[in-house]
Design a protein around this ligand. Structure first.
Ligand code: SF4
Length: 334
């Protein structure tokens, strides 16, 4: 079950005495956030708005939405990270931890069967970060050498985001496999593709150890196919994402310039939520490049080829007649 650190929220409200607050969190936590909002109103008798738009990462805080509502504080829940402020956001954001309290005890024996005598890298997402050291100790009692790679930027040691994999990249030369704590095929597949080593999930809900390497390869195959299709495009739509932490206008203009140098026509677009439905309104464009969240392109289907930043870099190499390289084998897909 997801447990929100409500005490931290209450302490901040007691200290700062806001008249209105707002809260947001990833979709899976919204039921708990609804309850926390009601608890705030009950305890302090102030309005607490749940911002119901998506917030997939610290790149997507919607601090401006909270400002428009007149909320002095936006509690962004569940994106545990090392930083306290974020470039491009308003100054009203306070990050609140939310942890999954499920135990890994039942599933650990299954991991021991597979990894005994091996060296593994342990990684996880924000919700299971508090369990990483305990799981490490339990595995090490059974002849498994466990590495936890160093964090960087917003990432704590052993933590990965959907597009940032520094801890796993640091250990990849030293280990036989990656083991991801949690349930997220999305995060684990990213780890598999950036590190190029076999990657498993230690899933306490399904009580299983799951190999996601082939699943990740399918994502890459689809992403690569889109690059090949885009080589034939004459007109490109280059999209700047308008979410606070995903704004990359300079990258978009760089792609525009480089594509035009190779005889392509480029139209510039800007969008908050980049979806196939929105793009259906545009005619005469053969392929899109979006410079916001790379997983929009790698994990979703669009009618036209939709490339992310690393895919667009690979495309430009192909247009220069260079060989297609392992364009996802990088620690940060931006
Ligand atoms: S994967 Fe996308 S949503 Fe997640 S941190 Fe990266 S840019 Fe943000």
């Amino acid at each position: 079950m997801i447990v929100i650190d409500e005490k931290a929220i209450f302490d901040v409200i007691s200290l700062k005495k806001p008249v209105t607050v707002a809260l947001n969190a990833p979709d899976g936590m919204l039921p708990q956030v609804q309850q926390t909002a009601m608890n705030i109103t009950k305890k302090f008798d102030i309005p607490a708005f749940v911002l119901a738009d998506t917030t997939w990462g610290t790149c997507d805080l919607n601090s401006n939405g909270a400002k428009v509502l007149g909320a002095e504080i936006l509690f962004n829940i569940g994106h545990t990270n090392k930083l306290e402020t974020f470039p491009g956001t308003q100054d009203n954001v306070i990050m609140i931890d939310a942890f999954d309290d499920i135990s890994f005890d039942q599933v650990i024996p299954k991991a021991i069967e597979i990894f005994e005598g091996k060296i593994i890298s342990l990684i996880t997402d924000s919700q299971h970060l508090h369990q990483i050291d305990t799981v490490k100790e339990k595995l090490e009692k059974h002849d498994i050498i466990v590495k936890i790679g160093k964090g960087k930027g917003q990432l704590n040691d052993g933590q990965v985001f959907g597009c940032e994999f520094y801890p796993a990249m640091e250990t990849r030369e030293q280990v036989d496999a990656n083991l991801f704590l949690g349930q997220s095929n999305f995060h684990a597949a990213g780890v598999a593709l950036s590190t190029r080593i076999r990657t498993y999930i230690l899933d306490p809900y399904f009580n299983e150890v799951r190999d996601v390497t082939d699943f990740a390869k399918k994502i890459e195959k689809r992403a690569t196919l889109k690059i090949y299709k885009a080589t034939e495009a004459k007109v490109f739509g280059v999209i700047v994402g308008l979410k606070e932490g995903q704004f990359a206008k300079i990258t978009a203009l760089k792609f525009k310039k480089e594509l035009e140098e190779r005889g392509k026509e480029v139209q510039l677009l800007a969008l908050t939520d980049i979806t196939n439905d929105r793009l259906k309104n545009f005619t005469g464009i053969d392929a899109f490049i979006q410079v916001a969240c790379p997983r929009i392109s790698t994990d979703n289907e669009f009618d036209k080829p939709m490339l992310s930043t690393p895919q667009a870099n690979a495309l430009l190499k192909m247009l220069k007649n260079e060989k297609l390289d392992n364009y996802l084998e990088i620690p940060h897909w931006l």
